[in-house]
Design a protein around this ligand. Sequence first.
Ligand SMILES: [Zn+2]
Length: 458
Amino acid sequence: MLKTFTILCCFIITASTYSQTDEAILKKLYQTSLTNGKSYDWLNHLSNQIGSRLSGSLGAERAVAYTKEELEKLGLDKVWLQPVMVPKWVRGATEYAYIETTPGKTNTVNICALGGSVATPSLGIKAHIIEVKTFEELASLGQENIAGKIVFYNRPMQADLIYTHEAYGGAVNQRYNGAVEASKYGAIGVIVRSMNLRLDDLPHTGSMTYDNLPIEKRIPAAAISTNDAEVLSTMLQLDKNIKLYFKQNCKQLADVQSYNVIGEITGSQFPNEYMVVGGHLDSWDLGDGSHDDGAGVVQSMDVLRLFKEAGIKPKHSIRVVLFMNEENGLRGGKKYAEEAKQKNENHLFALESDSGGFTPRGFSFDCNDANFNQVLSWQPLFKPYLIHYFEKGKSGADIDPLKTDKIVLAGLRPDSQRYFDYHHASNDTFDAINKRELELGAATMASLVYLFDKYGFK
Ligand SMILES: [Zn+2]
């Protein structure tokens, strides 16, 4: 008897977490996205008509105007721009580098300046090279082996990690902190193996820091393609007296005015309680930022449009926020959270898509157990769409500043196997986007937003 009672209870708890209406609504959201989605068209325009959108660039400015205009066409309750000052770093003329085996005998290699790096002197720099895999190795070599040389960081991303962002996390300190560390020992430049799991000829840029280093200690930093990193390493094993030459012309200019782009469907029951869905509008300058993060931008825009198309009138206010300057400053994300706090806006939920426009697998959640368990109870609803990944973890860089004890932060988790083939490189372009995968992502995001809006927060 007791056993029956327990089973009955469990049944009731499970059954009450969603209804047949929800199954129908999710079906409608996926159907609409796949047959009448707008995300692909929007991304086509962003990528092919506007192109790269580095903070402070003309492309970024045009992307602000374009997305605002497109959101205005959707019949939302409000669309506005939130001003934010952003850093402006420019690459200048294309970088050039070669390995010199003996005077006059050279092999060119593919490099690109890291975002935020200083230029080399106008004639470039040429020096002996010290290859290291870790900062510990660098420290053990010390000043006597490093001063006057170029430090070459060559620790590959770990290939046997299935979630490739973890491999990125394990290697990216070379790119981000490499210059600061090498400068301590008198290095005159750094070259970093690209954050890329495959071997190819494309250098991948990305942000780096000088921390509080005085200007005279700031040394130029560049990424080298994985193929050329292998070549350089092999040549160094044969002859440690070879030299590397590189020249780059990048520059940090004064901050400029830019904007986050925001659209809102005002909630029917709780207009002062906010749910955010977003991605970042800026991109690196080498490709056109189709995956990083044009995909997240258009998917987020489409969440609000899919709500409209499906006739869903949300109870909470749903905002799409297109954040500016995630890549080299996070100013947009910080600004949005700062203003939300100033205005005492009650944010209950934020979802970011910033892992590429690949086949969605699920979400990563940064929230309390009660909300997470609620999500787990919705799992069967996602099964028909092959969405199975529901784990606790990080959400997204732009929404992280909104973090409080009660907010639910989530990140869309697409399949990550191909992401680093494109990430921050010149091949992150529209042709690398699969229309259906992009649309499935938008519908998956809309479904989660719909469920939280309907069932509320714990
Ligand atoms: Zn990104």
